[in-house]
Unconditional design. Structure first.
Length: 173
């Protein structure tokens, strides 16, 4: 006798991170949802498939690298810092690479784990505090940068989901 599957509950409905102010909590939930979706939709894909660029789409590998590394960069800006040499080097390396799916998902997980600690600190700050992005120090705020972490991560997660669906569809062709 099998039991009924447990219905999926999205992170924002799990009652977690109640100790974090609302904006930070929402960002943490967005990262958790992203990791759930990335894990679910890449399951069963081969390493070759995650590096494929079906129909000219960016590869899943690119999006996974970009999600992990852009999260770090955006939080650096939120913290009032400019990018380090290491971050700039990592940015330049986002387009290429031959990592396995497991390695890339581990990079995303590590990035999100590191981000969680940083978000918890930033969420208690004055979210309207000015922050400059990039060499031109384009204007945003701590809150704006935090919200963009969630928005940007979800956007690229959607690209992973779409590309994974295309890869699977082409498999059957």
């Amino acid at each position: 006798m099998s039991s009924a599957p447990v219905p999926y509950t999205e992170p924002w409905l799990r009652g977690t991170h109640a100790d974090v102010p609302a904006v930070g909590r929402a960002v943490l939930h967005a990262l958790e949802l992203s990791l759930d979706d990335l894990t679910r939709w890449t399951e069963g894909l081969s390493d070759a498939e995650i590096h494929a660029q079906p129909l000219g789409l960016s590869s899943i590998a690119f999006h996974l690298r970009h999600i992990a590394r852009s999260t770090d960069r955006l939080l650096s800006y939120a913290e009032g810092n400019q990018l380090t040499t290491e971050q700039l080097t990592a940015l330049k390396g986002e387009q290429g690479g031959e990592e396995t799916l497991a390695t890339l998902l581990a990079e995303v997980e590590a990035s999100f784990s590191n981000a969680a600690d940083r978000i918890r600190v930033l969420a208690t700050a004055d979210l309207d505090t000015f922050r400059g992005v990039g060499r031109k120090r384009l204007p945003t705020s701590i809150g704006g940068a935090l919200i963009h972490v969630a928005d940007h991560t979800q956007r690229h997660t959607g690209q992973v989901v779409t590309t994974a669906k295309v890869v699977r569809a082409l498999r059957g062709a």
